[in-house]
Write a protein that binds this ligand. Sequence first.
Ligand SMILES: Nc1ncnc2c1ncn2[C@@H]1O[C@H](COP(=O)(O)OP(=O)(O)O)[C@@H](O)[C@H]1O
Ligand SMILES: CC(C)(COP(=O)(O)O)[C@@H](O)C(=O)NCCC(=O)O
Ligand SMILES: [K+]
Length: 270
Amino acid sequence: MLASPLSTARFPLLAIDIGNTSTVLGLADQDLELRQTWRVRTNRDLLPDDLALQLSGLFHLSGLEPPHSAVLSSVAPPVGQNYLLALRQHFGIKAFEVNTQNLPDVHVELSQPSNVGADRLCNLFGAEKYLSGEGRSSYEYAVVVDFGTSTNFDVIGKGRRFIGGVLATGAQVSADALFARAAKLPRISLQAPVSAIGKDTVHALQSGLVFGYAEMVDGLLRRIRAELPAPAVTVATGGFARTVEGICREIEYYDDTLTLRGLVELWASR
Ligand SMILES: Nc1ncnc2c1ncn2[C@@H]1O[C@H](COP(=O)(O)OP(=O)(O)O)[C@@H](O)[C@H]1O
Ligand SMILES: CC(C)(COP(=O)(O)O)[C@@H](O)C(=O)NCCC(=O)O
Ligand SMILES: [K+]
C-alpha cells in the first residue's frame, strides 16, 4: 500500500524501459494502470530533439494528453540521458531514473549491487504481484525470465530481495552469430517447427534455435529451483517470450508488460 495518496497533478505518468533492442513506453493513470503502451526500436543515434518528436508523435497518434511526470530505466547508454533531456527541454518534466542507489527498500544481494541492470530492478517490482501476500499465492520466490537481447533470469525473494540470476545469450543474438559464421545457412525467422527432427535446413534450424533455446531455459530453471530453499513461481517477459510460450515446461506465466508495470510500481513506491 502507498503511504500517501498520489497527487492527480502527477498523472499521466510516462514510463520508459530502454533495452538494447527495443524501448517500451507506457502512459499510466492515477490508478497506476497502463492506459497505452508502445514499442519502438532503441536507436542510439537519436538526439533529444528527435526523441521529443517521437514522444509527441506517439501521444498525438493515440489521442492522449502529454505526461505530467516520467520514470525511466535504461541499460543502453546514452539513450536514457537523451530521453531525460528531451523530457526536460520539451515537456518540462524532471524524470526519475532507476538505479540501485535511489531504491532504499530493495536488497540487492550481489557482490557489486550497483552493477545490476535497471531493467532487472524493474522486474523485481513487476514480480511482486506473483509473490505471497493477502489473497495471493504462497510463493516466497519468483524467477523472471526476460527474453531480450540477453535472456536474464532474475531471482527475486519476498521482501524486495534481488537474490541473483543468470545472463544468457539472447535467442536472436545466438541465431545471428550462427548465420554470420556458416555460409550455407539461411537467415530464418525464429518460429517453432512442428517437430524436433528437421526435414530440411530451415526446419532443422528452427528446431535447434527455438526448441534448443527453450530446453536451455527449462534446464536453467530446474537448476535455479533446485538451489532455492522453497518453491518458486516463474514468469516470462520480453520480446521473445511469446515464441516459447507453450514450449517451455518450467514457465508458469507470460506477462508482456511485467517490466513496464514494475517501473510504474517502483516509481509509486518511493
Ligand atoms: N514481436 C516480436 N515477435 C517475436 N519476437 C520478437 C518480437 N520482438 C522482439 N522479438 C525478439 O525478442 C528479442 C529482443 O527482445 P526485446 O524485448 O526487444 O529486447 P531488449 O529488452 O534487449 O530491448 C529478440 O530475440 C527478438 O527476435
Ligand atoms: C543483462 C542486460 C544486458 C539485459 O539487457 P536487455 O537484454 O534487456 O537489453 C542488462 O540488464 C545489463 O546490462 N545488466 C548489467 C549487468 C547485470 O545486470 O549484472
Ligand atoms: K528488457
